[in-house]
Ligand binder design. Structure first.
Ligand SMILES: Cc1ncc(COP(=O)(O)O)c(C=O)c1O
Length: 379
C-alpha cells in the first residue's frame, strides 16, 4: 500500500495534473444507464456506413499469420500508399492512428523550450500529447465564424515557435481553411517552423474547389512549398476503420526517417495493416460513403436551418450546433442521451455551448431529428 502511494507521489506533476481524453459514451454505457428503445451513436465521427466489404476477408487472411510479428515499418501499406499518393515510401510513416502519430511528433521533434501554435478549439489529442511531453501550446482564438484564424496564427509565431498545427477540416467545428489561406500561411512561416496539417477528414472536403490539395507540398516541393510540412491522415474516418487504429504521416524523407527511429516498432498490427490495404483498394466504397455522408449532412443542415437551430456549416462528417450557453448544451446532450442519441458536448474542446453531431444513416438521422425536435427548445 505505502509502496503504491510512493509510486503515485513520484508521478511528475504535469502527468498527475493531466485530465486525459474523455471519450464519447459507448453503446453499452448508454444502454446500462438509460435503457433507451434504440441507439444512434453519433458522437465520435466514425463512418456510419461501415467499411469496404473486402476488409473482412483480408483480415481473415492476416489472422492466419498473426503469430508472426508484422513488418516493422508496415512495408506493404507504405507500398500501397506510395502508389496511391505518388510519393516515395521513404516519405511515409505508419502509426496506430493519427493520434499516436501526434504523440510521436511531440516526442521526436519538440521539447519544453518550444511552442506549438494552434487554434483555441481543435482536436484535443494534440493538447494531450503536447502536455505529456511538456510542450507549451499557444491557442489562438478561432475567428468569429469558428474557423482557424490563419492571419492571427501567423502573427503569433515567434522565435520559440517550432510548429503550427492546423486541422483541415477542423474538429470540432467542421470548418476548413482555403487554398488561399494555406498559401498565405506557408509564405509567412519561417522555414524552420514545422507545419503540421492534420487531414483526418480530407476525404469529405476535397471535392470543394476551395479546399487545398496539400500533397504537392510534399511530392513537388519545388513548386508548392513549405519545406517542413507533415501531413497526417487516418483510416479511422472515411475508410471506416477506427477500431483498427491506422494512420500515416507524409512528409520530407529526412523528417519521416527520424520518426521511423522513435515509433513503437510493430505498430500498427499486421491485421490492421491488411485491413488498411484492402480499404485503400476499394474506391467504390469510399466514394459511395463520402457521397452518402454529404447528402446526410446537407439534409441535416437544412433541418437545422428550418428549425432555426444555430449551427456552423461543415466540410466534414459532423456538424457543430450552438446552444445558447453551456448549461443548455449540457441539458440538450443529456436529453438526447436519454432518447438514445449519443452526441458530444464541447466543453472539453473549448466551445462550452457547442454540441458536435456525426451524420449517419437515414434511420439514425430520423431518430436524431425527432429527438432534437423534442428537446432543443425547453418547455
Ligand atoms: C482532427 C483529428 N485528428 C486526429 C484524430 C485521431 O484519429 P485516429 O487516432 O483515430 O487516427 C481525430 C479523431 O477524432 C481527429 O478529429
Amino acid at each position: 500500500m505505502s509502496f503504491e502511494r510512493d509510486i503515485l507521489e513520484r508521478i511528475p506533476p504535469h502527468i498527475r495534473g493531466l485530465k486525459g481524453y474523455v471519450p464519447g459514451k459507448t453503446i453499452e454505457e448508454v444502454v446500462a444507464t438509460y435503457q433507451p428503445d434504440r441507439i444512434s451513436k453519433l458522437a465520435s465521427n466514425e463512418n456510419r456506413w461501415g467499411f469496404a466489404p473486402g476488409v473482412s476477408e483480408a483480415v481473415g487472411r492476416a489472422m492466419q499469420v498473426a503469430n508472426n510479428y508484422p513488418s516493422a515499418l508496415a512495408n506493404n501499406l507504405r507500398a500501397s500508399l506510395s502508389a496511391k499518393l505518388s510519393c516515395s515510401q521513404e516519405q511515409l510513416v505508419i502509426g496506430a492512428g493519427s493520434e499516436s502519430l501526434l504523440g510521436l511528433l511531440c516526442r521526436t521533434f519538440f521539447g519544453p523550450e518550444d511552442e506549438i501554435v494552434t487554434a483555441s478549439a481543435t482536436f484535443v489529442g494534440l493538447n494531450i500529447q503536447a502536455h505529456i511531453h511538456q510542450i507549451p501550446v499557444v491557442q489562438v482564438p478561432l475567428s468569429p465564424d469558428y474557423r482557424f484564424d490563419v492571419g492571427a496564427i501567423a502573427a503569433s509565431v515567434n522565435e520559440r515557435t517550432r510548429a503550427v498545427y492546423i486541422a483541415n477540416p477542423n474538429n470540432p467545428t467542421g470548418t476548413m481553411i482555403s487554398k488561399q489561406e494555406l498559401a498565405m500561411l506557408m509564405s509567412s512561416l519561417p522555414e524552420q517552423v514545422m507545419l503540421i496539417l492534420d487531414e483526418a477528414y480530407v476525404e469529405f472536403a476535397r471535392e470543394n474547389p476551395l479546399y487545398p490539395d496539400s500533397l504537392p507540398i510534399i511530392t513537388q516541393p519545388n513548386t508548392a512549398s513549405h519545406p517542413n510540412t507533415l501531413i497526417l491522415r487516418t483510416f479511422s474516418k472515411a475508410y471506416g476503420l477506427a477500431s483498427f487504429r491506422v494512420g500515416y504521416a507524409l512528409g520530407p524523407a529526412e523528417l519521416i526517417q527520424a520518426l521511423w527511429k522513435t515509433k513503437n516498432t510493430f505498430e500498427p498490427s499486421g491485421i490492421s495493416e491488411a485491413a488498411a490495404i484492402s480499404a485503400l483498394e476499394d474506391d467504390h466504397f469510399l466514394t459511395n460513403s463520402v457521397q452518402q455522408t454529404r447528402e446526410a449532412r446537407q439534409g441535416f443542415e437544412a433541418f437545422l436551418a428550418h428549425h432555426q437551430i444555430p449551427y456552423v456549416p461543415s466540410s466534414a462528417n459532423f456538424v457543430m450546433l450552438l446552444a445558447p450557453d453551456e448549461a443548455q448544451a449540457l441539458r440538450i446532450t443529456e436529453s438526447l442521451l436519454r432518447l438514445g442519441v449519443i452526441v458530444r458536448q464541447l466543453s472539453p474542446f473549448g466551445i462550452p455551448n457547442g454540441i458536435r453531431i456525426t451524420v449517419g444513416l437515414e434511420e439514425e438521422m430520423v431518430h436524431l431529428k425527432q429527438a432534437l425536435e423534442s428537446c432543443w427548445l425547453p418547455g
